[in-house]
Structure formats: C-alpha cells, structure tokens
Design a protein around this ligand. Structure first.
Ligand code: 5CA
Length: 448
C-alpha cells in the first residue's frame, strides 16, 4: 500500500477523552473513530488489525474442531422468552421494536439463537458432539462504556457453543476450548492466564476467564507467578486426545478473579514471593452450564436406546475487538504501538527519505515490488513529508520493521533496517536488507 493513496488520519496530540494508553494510541494512529459513546468506526488501519486477530482466532477454533457459522445481530425477543432471560437480562440489552410492533433486540450473546438452531436440526446422538461458533458484532448497553474498544457497547466477539450427550463429553469440549484459548492468545504475543471465574448472566458452575496482566485492567486478579510463564500447547496438540495433563498443569496453581478469590486459600497455597496480585484484562471467558438452555428450550436428541436426552452445553467467548486494545496495553513505548508481527496492520514500512530523487525513488520502488512479491504486507511511505515526521508516524502505528531508503545509502548500495521493538538499526546491502526483513517477518508470523 502506498501511503499517498491510503487513509491514515493520524493525530499528533493525545486526545483528552482517552484515559488509557491503548485508547490514546488507537485514536492517534487513526485506527478508530468514535461515532457515539462506546460505538466506533474501524478505520482502515484498525480494520487490518481486527481482521488479523479475527483470522488467528478462527484458525485456532478450526484447529480445535469448532465449526464456523454466522448468526444475525438482531434477534427475536421470543427466543429469549423461551429461555427465561428476556426480563432477567436487564438494561444492558438493547431492545428494539420493529414496524409490526414485534419485540426484537440487538444480541448481547447468542445462547438462545444457537440452541434453537441445534434443537431444530439435530435429532440423534449420532450427530453429536458439535461445537459451532461465529465471529459477530454484539451490543451491550454498558452503563459506563470506557477505555475505547476495551469496554465498548458494540464489540466484536467470537462465541462458540458446544453440544454433547453427557456431562463427561461436555467437559472434554470445555477442555478443547481451554487449550485452544491458550494457543490463540499466545499466537497474538500475549501471556494469558486462565482463572477461576464467576458465571454471571450466562450461568453454570464451571467457568474460567482468560486474563492478560496489565496495570489498566478492569479486574483485580490473584495468581501464582509461575502461571505467567506457563507452557503453551504446541500446534501439534491432539485435540481428540486426552487434554487433562495440559489442563491440570494450568489449573493446579492458584489463579482467581476478584469475585472468586479466597484470601485464606491464596495464602495457604502460594508462597509469599510467588503471590501475584495485579490488574487484569479479560480477553476470553468460557462456561460450562449443562442443561440450562437446552432444558428450557427443549433441545433434546434421541440416545442410542431411543430415550430422549437433554443436551449438555457450554459457551466460549473471545473479545476480538477488545484484543486490539489488550495487545497495545501489553506492547507499546513512548513513541507508540509495537505490534507483534501476527497482529500487525503492516509487517514492513518502507520509508523513502527523498521522494522526487530519481535514484532513491527507483530503489524504493524496487524494494516495494520485491517485498510485495515475497508476500509481505508493506506500507510504502512515498509522501514528501520530512524524515522526522515519517519516522514518527511509522513508530506511532507500530509497524514491526522499517526499511529506510535515502539518497546517501542508495549511492553506497545500502538501506537501513530498523526493528521497532528493540530500536536496533543496521545498514545493509539492498539484497541483504531484503532477505533479512523477509526472513524475520516470516519467522515471526507464527509464534507458537
Ligand atoms: N456467551 C458467553 C460466551 S460466548 C459470553 O457472552 N461471555 S462474556 O460475557 O464473558 O463475553 C465474552 C468476551 O467478550 C469477554 O471475555 C470479553 O473479552 C468480551 N467482552 C465482553 N463485554 C465486552 C465489552 N463491553 N466490550 C468489549 N469486549 C467485551
């Protein structure tokens, strides 16, 4: 992408309304624009990051055996009356009346919709187990939308729903999502910690939140420090095999959110110097709630002996749009965002320091073509802005690698390669610079 043709409305000053660094940087980097409280347009740069995250979430869902579908944002109130949640959900639900005076709502979650789909189409135990997911916009009329996309009213969620015959099978489905989440967040460069959690309006008795530690996190969390560096299951994990050892390794040490925290147990189980009490961002939340919805909505199938069995269910959410903010909270410096390659809007920024100079333009165009041919997401700064401004913009928007082409270097047959994270700069011959940056990007695309 040529910067002269792109739409990148960066701001030089920090907007006053933004309280936390991720919100400030997303506004400054021209990633989002608020249209109403807690409701944002995703500008081109923001959308690129959102799509990359979405794709990683999708790849890991698929790897774990979940199947993608797409449910509507607008739901019928009647479905929620069936489950008994329509009245109970309260003011967070955005209620809508259509032209025929029918009660509708903008879905805050989709247990009812998916339960109705499965109830109406799966009749036999032979068609189970199933785990169906979608990545779709949700709306919750949060009393205090804040921190930008971290607590929005409209937000993008991946929500998966598992259907099984027995509680034992449902536990396995829960384990698959648990392991899948460890991998998903690690692939985004995040250290997530699963913590025992409260189930809230979703219900059930088994639940874990996946937490990223960050000073600006909304919840207080408590855990053993070993969990911060816990081993992430590899890409070769057998999701049909026994996942209990992985789950045990992650759940045998103390980790709980504030609502589930037991101070006496924490002190008894965790040595003083291993106790972590910190703020955390909830990026995922998984629930096992058995027959709560299937019972109320009549989701039953015929078992092997002909008897009708009420389905066992769980639901599994990832805050896809919240992750954009969470990654920035975890990875930034005074100059701006530092994207890990897998989430980066562009992997390489090619900076032409002297647009209009024939040789510099020629070498830059050559680099641009070769980076594109190598399959690299490249933003080519072909504007006539001064060098300082160019560096500041690319540092702000957090592109992991910068290739800098200037007239002096061109004469010597050299370009500069800068690593955004470490700040390291190297002067290399054109071919070496190209090979090195392509190699670095490709090796960092898949972190686990
Ligand atoms: N039905 C279940 C699981 S599919 C569910 O709705 N779970 S949830 O309420 O915990 O939401 C799932 C994830 O969505 C959360 O872990 C969080 O990362 C994200 N999320 C929830 N509310 C918001 C919000 N207001 N803004 C941004 N992300 C949110």
């Amino acid at each position: 992408m040529r910067l002269t043709r792109y739409f990148l409305p960066v701001l030089r000053d920090t907007p006053k309304e933004a309280e936390i660094v991720s919100h400030q940087l997303m506004l400054r980097a021209g990633m989002i624009k608020q249209t109403a409280a807690g409701i944002y347009s995703w500008l081109p740069l923001g959308l690129r990051v959102l799509s990359k995250i979405e794709n990683i979430v999708r790849e890991e869902q698929n790897r774990a055996g979940a199947i993608e579908l797409l449910m509507p944002t607008i739901q019928s109130a009647d479905l929620w009356r069936e489950s008994g949640r329509y009245e109970a959900y309260g003011k967070e639900m955005l209620r809508i009346v259509d032209r025929h005076e029918r009660d509708m709502l903008f879905g805050p979650t989709a247990e009812e919709v998916i339960t109705a789909i499965v109830r109406d189409s799966i009749k036999s135990y032979k068609d189970l187990p199933k785990n169906l997911y979608n990545i779709q916009w949700k709306f919750r009329d949060e009393i205090r939308p804040r921190f930008g996309v971290m607590r929005g009213r409209e937000f993008l969620m991946k929500d998966a729903y598992s259907f099984d015959m027995t509680a034992e099978d449902a536990r396995k489905a829960y384990q698959r999502m648990f392991v899948c989440y460890l991998r998903t967040f690690a692939r985004l460069g995040l250290k997530s910690i699963p913590m025992k959690a409260d189930t809230g309006p979703i219900g059930g008795d088994l639940s874990h939140e996946f937490i990223i530690l960050a000073e600006t996190g909304e919840s207080q969390v408590f855990c053993h420090k070993d969990l911060i560096e816990g081993a992430v299951p590899g890409a070769d994990t057998d999701f049909d095999g026994d996942l209990t050892p992985i789950i045990s390794a992650w759940t045998s040490k103390y980790a709980a959110t504030e609502e589930m925290h037991d101070a006496a147990r924490f002190e008894a189980e965790v040595p003083v110097d291993s106790r972590v009490s910190a703020r955390g961002i909830e990026v995922g939340h998984i629930f096992y709630f058995g027959t709560k919805y299937s019972e109320a909505m009549g989701a039953r199938v015929q078992g092997p002996d002909g008897a009708m069995i009420t389905l066992q269910m769980g639901s599994y959410g990832v805050g896809v749009s919240r992750l954009v903010g969470a990654i920035i909270e975890a990875s930034h410096d005074a100059n701006g965002i530092i994207w890990p390659v897998p989430a980066a809007p562009f992997e390489v920024a090619l900076i032409n320091l002297k647009v209009g100079d024939k040789d510099t333009d020629g070498v830059s165009a050559d680099f641009y073509g070769k980076l594109q041919a190598a399959g690299i997401d490249v933003i080519y700064d072909d504007t006539d802005e001064r060098a300082g401004g160019k560096f500041a913009t690319m540092d702000l928007i957090g592109v992991p690698y910068q290739v800098i082409v200037g007239p002096k270097g061109v004469k010597a047959g050299e370009a500069e390669l800068k690593n955004r994270k470490t700040g390291a700069r190297e002067t290399l011959s054109f071919d070496t610079a190209l090979a090195k940056v392509v190699g670095a990007v490709k090796s960092e695309r898949v972190l686990v």
